[in-house]
Design a protein. Structure first.
Length: 270
């Protein structure tokens, strides 16, 4: 069974109800690293995870490093490692964890829930697993050991978000995403972009058009393919709910939500 590192930040120190439930559902040792956590919230998680507070620097990647450093004495004996952060809502931990953990066998390299082609092909770092052979490797120790806290978000994205997949792939490890959109899902996402409030003038539709043959495949998949990710894994990104940067028609979301799911989403958005 893998170990887990959860990177958390909340400006009011809260842990959303869905995240607390996900942490309790994780089936291995859990280190919960937060750059913004109220004392009461930390105590609430103490029976499910080792809680570490740290200064708000270096973004999620440095929280991941902090948790990995804490796990170092036992990590090579664990069945891999999973890193995840608080940027998404998990509506059903079992629906997410069962297929994801099933891919982290002994022969696994890096497994992400989704892969993006924005800027460069890479696994999206909100949920990534490392197979047992990876965490025992010198490449793994070097990647995390050499990491430093960066103050600029764009620098973090370029160096770590994009760089991590490239680093491990160049050292012979497989890099794969569990979610691979089907041709039907690509067609549906293309229609959805055109059905947004601004139609072809919406940001997502314009970027897809600029990408030519790649179309929606060149967009952030957590936005462009939010419906199949919701249906299959029970997850949705908070950025989509808060900002909807591609100006998508989100009316179908309401029809998919049960009362409990609406409550979890509302709690997360607070």
């Amino acid at each position: 069974m893998p170990a887990f590192v959860v990177a958390h930040h909340d400006s009011h120190g809260r842990v959303a109800a869905h995240l607390a439930a996900l942490v309790r559902a994780l089936p291995g040792r859990v280190v919960f690293v937060s750059t913004g956590l109220a004392d009461a919230e930390g105590m609430r998680l103490a029976d499910a995870a080792e809680v570490i507070r740290r200064p708000n620097e270096g973004y999620d990647f440095f929280s991941y490093k902090t948790g990995i450093d804490r796990l170092a004495p036992v990590l090579e004996e664990a069945g891999g490692l999973v890193i995840l952060n608080s940027s998404f809502v998990c509506l059903d931990p079992a629906r997410l964890l069962a297929p994801f953990l099933a891919r982290l066998g002994e022969d696994a390299g890096l497994v992400g829930l989704t892969a993006s082609e924005e800027f460069a092909p890479h696994l999206q770092s909100y949920l990534v697993g490392f197979g047992p052979a990876v965490v025992r490797s010198e490449a793994f120790r070097a990647w995390w050991g050499e990491m430093r806290p960066l103050a600029d978000r764009n620098h973090v994205v370029a160096s770590y978000e994009l760089g991590m997949s490239r680093w491990f792939a160049s050292r012979g490890f497989g890099v794969e995403a569990l979610f691979q959109p089907s041709a039907e899902q690509v067609a549906q996402a293309t229609v959805r972009l055109a059905a947004g409030p601004r139609g072809a003038e919406g940001l997502g539709a314009r970027r897809a058009a600029e990408a030519g043959e790649r179309g929606v495949l060149a967009l952030n998949p957590t936005h462009a393919f939010w419906e199949p990710l919701w249906d299959r894994f029970g997850v949705v990104k908070l950025e989509l709910l808060r900002r909807n940067p591609y100006e998508l028609d989100m009316v179908p979301l309401r029809g998919r939500c049960t009362l409990r799911e609406r409550e979890l989403i509302a709690d997360a958005l607070r």
